[in-house]
Design a binder for this molecule. Structure first.
Ligand SMILES: NC(=O)C1=CN([C@@H]2O[C@H](COP(=O)(O)OP(=O)(O)OC[C@H]3O[C@@H](n4cnc5c(N)ncnc54)[C@H](O)[C@@H]3O)[C@@H](O)[C@H]2O)C=CC1
Ligand SMILES: O=C(O)[C@@H]1CCC=N1
Length: 267
């Protein structure tokens, strides 16, 4: 069994660790986690019986190291671990704006590395992640990494140049999806539904609609049309939302997200 190490265990790292441990991909002896505030992880180590340690120990003892720290910390952290990681370690880079080439340059050698873009639904085994492997990863390395990402959801290999596109539609999108859900619940509360019921109806409508699109393979426009009765209620909502710029608000928000990714990768 390979040992998986996490350096940084905040929102994204923790969602991945919880997803991996819930799926029993490794036992607690093969999961080592470090964080700037290790005291925040005591509950995690109690539930999953995994090791909470420091960056040095994660670097020395892990076969696969996930760098789940903010992008601006990559240089500093890699400098402190580059001479102590195992020779054939696989480094997983999940940071927005940090490329495979950046990681190789920071290590000063052609370390095996994977550029990945997960999302926080990893916490409930429903992540969708994109992976791009450096050319020195062999088939076994790929299988080990895919097994990690599949333990908490689905994953697809994509060309690294498309990572920012994946980030806007998947890595970042839970934020806007939660905004939509919150707004939908507000709309129902305004009509008199209690808040908790409103969240349950809104979230289940989101799950059901997404599942319907994936399972039927039908165009989303066709599925939308199935809900809009002639002269009915839904078409009034659709017309008002178009008037208020719902779609362009989403598209322009995603453009801003991509632009920020490009800006971050220039630094
Ligand atoms: N939050 C998200 O939905 C997603 C985040 N990402 C990427 O994941 C990375 C982490 O993001 P978040 O989890 O959101 O950030 P976060 O701030 O929630 O977590 C980062 C963690 O790193 C710890 N940390 C700080 N300095 C450290 C050090 N020197 N050594 C060890 N640990 C240290 C902090 O205590 C914190 O718990 C970023 O690079 C981000 O681009 C990628 C996809 C989705
Ligand atoms: O907001 C961010 O920078 C990260 C990258 C993808 C999701 N969260």
């Amino acid at each position: 069994m390979k040992t998986i190490g996490f350096i940084g265990c905040g929102n994204m790292g923790r969602a991945m660790v919880e997803g991996i441990m819930k799926a029993n991909l490794v036992d607690g002896d093969h999961m080592i986690v470090s964080n700037a505030h290790p005291e925040r992880l005591s509950e995690l180590s109690e539930i999953y019986d995994c090791y909470i340690s420091d960056n040095e120990s994660v670097a020395k003892n892990s076969d696969i190291v996930v760098l789940a720290i903010k992008p601006y910390l990559y240089k500093e952290v890699i400098t402190s671990i580059k001479d102590i990681v195992k020779d054939d370690v696989i480094i997983i880079n999940i940071a927005a704006g940090i490329s495979t080439q950046d990681v190789v340059e920071m290590f000063g050698r052609k370390v095996k590395t994977v550029k990945a873009m997960p999302n926080t639904p990893a916490m409930v085994q429903e992540a969708m992640s994109a992976l791009s492997f450096s050319d020195n990863c062999d088939q076994d390395d790929k299988e080990d990494v895919i097994a990690i990402f599949e333990s908490f959801g689905q994953c697809r290999e994509v060309e690294e140049r498309l990572m920012d596109a994946v980030m806007v539609v998947s890595g970042s999108s839970p934020a806007y999806i939660f905004m939509v859900l919150e707004a939908m619940a507000d709309g129902a509360v305004m009509q008199g539904l209690p808040r908790n019921d409103a969240y349950a109806f809104a979230a289940q409508a989101m799950i059901g609609s997404a599942k319907m699109m994936l399972e039927t393979g039908k165009h989303p426009g066709e599925l939308k049309d199935m809900v809009c009765s002639p002269a009915g209620t839904t078409i009034e909502a659709v017309a008002k939302m178009e008037e208020m710029g719902l779609r362009s608000a989403i598209i322009e928000g995603m453009r801003a997200c991509a632009n920020r990714g490009k800006e971050m990768s220039k630094k």
